[in-house]
Design a protein around this ligand. Structure first.
Ligand code: PT1
Length: 269
């Protein structure tokens, strides 16, 4: 199943990390993920992105076994309950990619852009789309001192190199998505520059996915606003990204983003 690129889509975020839930019990996690999926799909998400490893700044890595145990039962339950929904898995690990592909996911969303061992092999052997994201450093330490010669061309060059490597490994061009990785080893100024010049990343053969939802750059632009109060800021940033050519918006607040998309599409010439 290929993801549409003609018109922008909203990808709803489903986190299955322990800190997202009051009780880490298996049944509870599956049940909560199903309820959240139902709401996000009802609100207009056409893709759901399921992640079992936090990659936000400062986050610690998780083991393969823990990530598999969190993510795979949730994918299985989602596929059974919502067979028509497009699923994406947010992972860097080849083992998790392989198991997710067996559950029928349409996209592998990888903040490491398939640089982990065997990730490229696993994805090229399957009929799956891949999202290649740019990150400088690793989540635990990436915000300590990000440096670029030119953030736009550095990110663009990295993403096009990874896309070429994917094509050479046999992943079809139509299956490759790029993502500048807002907040991943980038200062506020770097993030602002990337969004201001996002159209430079859309002039490639590959469609663009962006994640801005509730990130610290939105909080900082609003004067250190807490996470729960970043919805409007996130929605405006998402609308700007779409007007500059982004084709998938990865968001928490699906309903609000879908409204913004409808208005932007109706009124922008
Ligand atoms: C993203 C993304 C992602 N973001 C893709 N996958 C996260 N493809 C997880 C902050 O500054 O943008 N694209 N998977 C979440 N990561 C972050 C990063 C969350 C930074 C918060 C911040 O607050």
């Amino acid at each position: 199943m290929l993801l549409p690129t003609d018109t922008p889509s909203v990808m709803g975020i489903i986190n299955v990390t322990p800190d997202s839930f009051s009780d880490g019990g298996r049944f509870n996690q599956i049940d909560q993920a199903l309820r959240q999926a139902e709401r996000l799909l009802h609100e207009g998400a056409t893709i759901l992105d399921i992640g079992g490893e936090s990659t936000r700044p400062g986050a610690e890595a998780v083991s393969v076994d823990d990530e598999l145990a969190r993510v795979i039962p949730v994918l299985e339950a989602l596929k059974q309950r919502f067979p028509e929904a497009l699923l994406s898995v947010d992972t860097c690990k080849a083992e998790v990619m392989q198991a997710a592909i067996q559950q029928g996911v349409a996209m592998i969303n990888d903040v490491l852009a398939l640089r982990a061992p065997r990730a490229l092999e696993v994805c090229s052997a399957a009929q799956v789309s891949v999202c290649l994201m740019h990150m400088q450093g690793e989540p635990r330490t990436m915000q300590q001192k990000p440096v670029y010669t030119n953030v736009i061309s550095d990110v663009r060059t990295f993403l096009l190199e990874r896309a070429t490597i994917c094509e050479q490994a046999g992943i079809q061009r139509e299956r490759i998505w790029l993502d500048p990785g807002f907040g991943f080893g980038k200062t506020l100024e770097h993030n602002i520059t990337l969004l201001q010049h996002l159209e430079q990343l859309t002039k490639t053969p590959y469609p663009l996915l962006v994640g801005l939802s509730r990130k610290s750059m939105i909080g900082a632009l609003l004067g250190q606003r807490e996470v729960a109060d970043r919805v409007t800021g996130s929605v405006v940033a998402a609308a700007i990204a779409v007007l500059k050519g982004a084709k998938i918006l990865r968001v928490h607040d699906v309903k609000e983003t879908v409204d913004a998309l409808k208005i932007a599409q109706a009124l922008w010439v």
